[in-house]
Design a protein around this ligand. Sequence first.
Ligand code: 5AD
Length: 359
Amino acid sequence: MVNLHYLLEKAYQTNDLTKEEITDLLENITHEEREVLFNNALKTKQVYYGNKVYLRGLVEFSNICRQDCLYCGIRASNTKVKRYRLTPQEILDCCDQGYQLGYRTFVLQSGEDLWYTEGILVALLHAIKRRYPEVAITLSIGERGVETYQSLIAAGADRFLMRHETASKELYEKLHPTMRFDNRRACLTALKNLGYQVGAGFMVGLPGQTFADLADDLRYLKELRPDMIGIGPFIPHSETPLGAEKGGTLEDALVMVALARLLIPDSLIPATTALGTLHPQGRELALKVGANVVMPIITPTSVRKQYELYENKICVDDHPEDCRFCIERRIQSAGFEVDLGRGDSQQFISRGIDIELPD
Ligand code: 5AD
């Protein structure tokens, strides 16, 4: 007999569970124990981050992608999606608008679009940092070479988001016919070693994913110790090979958010847009079980619909200012406070920054 009470207490007190323990917990957890888990995750978040929720302005700057991930609406093989690419000037305009709205972190996300060469990205980073030296810039542009990652951090990038998607090598390679599991991991390790604040993460409820796979996701994150952890339910998109599959559930995704908070307590965890898509209060619920970041969209409304990774994505008809204030209301109604600062991770802060002081 699995002693769930013991496992929950161990997770809360030691921030550690073995793969077998996580698998047992996921297989056997019931409604009542889920509430205990959620409460403990919230308490842990409060200890490390207090009542604050950090906002990041998200610019989805291109939906052109050279990869062909089976689940993703902007995969290269989807000929139904109208493709767009914002110019560097348009991206800067988004940042200007975001800055006016109070954001001090910009997340620049796109498909894997090599039109944005290292040179173009370096110039863009310089331009943003020249205008707004105090902001943090997060890139989410997928796999590039280590030299490029090096040039981008030297040009002012602070953070990099790249989910590991799933820790099962077999499942990863089925879902990503154009990508290699080992390369994904090598990229994440390289980003970390270069000094980026790194965000990894995974989807919940992928076709064929087991509880043991989800336990591996958490164990991998515990080893990598990323600064940020993005977790969202898989949501099928009809123009993909997985269009007829079942998606992940809100409950399962929330359990994984809560466990991530307990096992990697000093990380930043976004309440993802995918959670908000699954349930009208999905993001608020995530904040109540340990998430502490929200990434409102500042992409121009004219192209938002085209950045459709999964169906029925929320906010596609809204304007940047709508999202800014809608999110603030939601955070406050859930009982938390908005923080518009850079919102560095506790882990990053305690790593310290090597600054050479002048004599
Ligand atoms: N359902 C849920 N999440 C998705 N992503 C891509 N496609 C889907 C989908 N169909 C997630 C991936 C990617 C992130 C930007 O969006 O995890 O890393």
